[in-house]
Design a protein around this ligand. Sequence first.
Ligand code: ZN
Length: 196
Amino acid sequence: MSGSRLLDELIDSLRCLPGVGAKSAQRMAFHLLERERAGGQRLAGALDAAMRDIGNCSRCRNFSEDAVCRLCANANRDEHVLCVVESPADLAAIEQATDYRGHYFVLLGRLSRLDGLGPAELGLDRLADRLAEGVVEEMIIATNATVEGQATAHYLTQLAEAADVRTTHLTQGVPVGGELEYVDRSTLAHAFGTRS
Ligand SMILES: [Zn+2]
């Protein structure tokens, strides 16, 4: 309780951020009010617009405010290669660490009976349609090296085989149990460059 209802609400709202507890939420709120009003206004505007307008690309399921995202719409990217990842964070990690310039498909999860995620939730019917278009020649399976990620990879391999599309995997350097998002850049670049 701070004496201001709005301040209490701000502190409480900041706690939805990962790793932010009561103490850091309070520190952030005071910082914004004391020293960073312009930055706070900008943050509020960006948050509002992003939460309202960002959905998922109809082609790759990555975050996008447009029906088709900028990566899918980019005619300079190689449409013969499709990299399948679990999350937008994995996509971002690959974009930042490698010189990959093909296309992506984002599962927004991994096969997990426990979480109620099956092929339909991961958009695999849409992925199958994509492969059936006959344009993709190589599908890079870049799911995480976790048990569920590997089960998902196995399913994806069968999907590609059914469509007669070659699959490659990031075999070297990504530690068992590792999530791509947390693998360092040079390791990820190496794993990508030596995929087989
Ligand atoms: Zn897209």
